[in-house]
Design a protein around this ligand. Structure first.
Ligand code: G6P
Length: 476
């Protein structure tokens, strides 16, 4: 056996925080992935000798641990079949739709569950191997809900945190899951289980009471430890955020502001640019927003040339059937809208099926007058917070779905129920017509809120709770 380095702080997530690019000459290089989690955890990683356990995003890559930007990355390999069953199947065609209010029908397949158990065990083993005695291990998201229990069984010395980035469903829906008890039990291996919203933590505690009969006294759950005693697990909301200073800095750069002006010019300088930025996912309510926008054009409340909708839909999970179908539907709708309303010189909808670097996203946020976040269900929605952080001139209007976690904090947005198309249209018209004074008042309040709770506060609060929780249990 080779000697392995051990780390005091280990983050475990399905994806590593880097993307692998293979070049034309066959060589490969790593690039930091755009996600916010990397930024959130980087300072903690550096301060505490951290390692990150995760999948490198491609099949059958059996890689040795390596260092990137001073952080040790520990790759976990997945075969093609495991990608199909564990990632595309159980994670993204069972749990994802189930946890997002069954917007799409979840599929329940026993082979997918078997792969989920097997891959979770592999992540747990890899983490157990690299964690030092008494280390803190922080497991991320729905793909790895069995890891906390599996880790505790091997390594009772560890302090284990779990954070669920997506919603946790009400019991009436959660109860569909044939493996509902195993998942709850898997999560309860953690000392602290974090959720985005207070409602998610409540849904989880209810599921624990119903399925396992444990007593809960918010935020504590008394869990039988298997040896006749009890441990206390904390289940609580820790709303995630963004690196506000980084977005403000990019938004203040002259070249990014010039790019925003160029985007406006290229669109023909309409009086209103509406913007949607999403992964192409059925949870995001892209169809609802297109429908509302299309009806406003039909009725003449908005007109092409005067208003345009820029919709960035970044490619996502393209081998999962529900995503393929969604793409077809969206592209058909955009084609019809443009066919009906566009002119030679002006589009109704500028639809972009690409991902963009952060600077370009910020330029889009600066170019936009109205940001449309119309998710049917969303754990948090960081796009809403990014848009707000970039409004240095406090000029933009945010339309925000009440079904996104961000709505708990961003109450000065125009809050909408995206299923109510008339309500959504009213909010869009109100946003376009909103007087400057009201825009400023609302945006100022939103900016204050986003600045107060930025991502370092999120990670610090979670890790403080984790430290305290473990201390509390072991003191008994
Ligand atoms: C959501 C999930 C993340 C996931 C991301 C991208 O934000 O909460 O865990 O990484 O979507 O999805 P993907 O399937 O490409 O990792």
């Amino acid at each position: 056996m080779t000697a392995t380095n051990r780390y005091d702080f280990v983050v475990v997530s399905n994806r590593l925080p880097v993307d692998r690019m293979v070049h034309d000459d066959g060589t490969a290089s790593w690039h930091r992935s755009p996600g916010g989690l990397v930024t959130a955890l980087e300072p903690v990683m550096r301060a505490s000798q951290g390692a990150w356990v995760g999948w490198a995003g491609q099949a059958d890559l059996d890689l040795e641990p390596f260092t990137f930007d001073d952080v040790t990355l520990i790759p976990v390999a997945l075969s093609l079949l495991e990608i199909e069953h564990y990632y595309e199947g159980f994670s993204n065609d069972t749990l994802w739709p189930l946890y997002h209010d069954v917007i799409a029908q979840p599929s329940y397949h026993r082979e997918w569950w078997d792969a989920y158990v097997e891959v979770n065990q592999r992540f747990a083993d890899a983490s157990a191997r690299v964690a030092s005695l008494g280390a803190t291990v922080w497991v991320q998201d729905y793909q790895l809900q069995l890891v906390p229990r599996m880790l505790r069984e091997q390594r009772p010395d560890l302090t284990i945190g779990f954070f669920n980035h997506i919603p946790f469903p009400p019991y009436g829906l959660y109860a569909q899951l044939p493996w509902r008890t195993q998942i709850i039990d898997g999560l309860l291996g953690a000392d602290v289980i974090g959720f985005q919203r207070v409602a998610d933590a409540g849904n989880f505690s209810r599921a624990v009471r119903r399925l396992l009969g444990y007593a809960t006294r918010t935020p504590e759950i008394r869990v039988a430890d298997g040896a006749g005693g009890h441990r206390t697990v904390i289940a609580k909301a820790f709303p995630i955020s963004i690196d506000v200073a980084e977005f403000e800095e990019i938004a203040g750069r002259p070249e990014v502001q010039a790019r925003a002006q160029q985007i406006r010019d290229d669109l023909g300088n309409p009086s209103t640019i509406m913007l949607g930025v999403d992964r192409l996912d059925y949870t995001k309510g892209i169809r609802h927003r297109l429908k509302a926008f299309g009806e406003l054009l039909d009725e003449g409340a908005l007109s092409v040339g005067d208003a345009v909708l820029v919709q960035v839909a970044s490619p996502s999970r393209e081998r999962v059937a529900a995503y393929m179908q969604l793409r077809d539907e969206i592209e058909l709708t955009v084609g019809r809208l443009n066919g009906t309303h566009a002119s030679i010189s002006h589009s109704a909808v500028a639809y972009l099926h690409h991902g963009y670097p952060r600077e370009e996203m910020v330029a889009l946020y600066l170019a936009a007058d109205v940001m449309l976040v119309t998710a049917l269900r969303d754990g948090m929605n960081l796009v809403a917070k990014e848009f707000v952080a970039c409004q240095l001139d406090e000029g933009g209007v945010l339309i925000l779905s009440e079904f996104a976690g961000a709505a708990d904090e961003l109450k000065n947005a125009l809050l909408v129920n995206p299923h109510d198309i008339d309500g959504l249209k009213e909010a869009m018209v109100a946003a376009v017509r909103m007087p400057q004074r009201e825009r400023t008042t609302r945006m100022r309040a939103l900016r204050r809120r986003v600045r107060e709770n930025d991502v370092s506060r999120w990670s610090n609060t979670f890790l403080d709770t984790l430290r305290h929780a473990n201390h509390h249990s072991s003191a008994r």
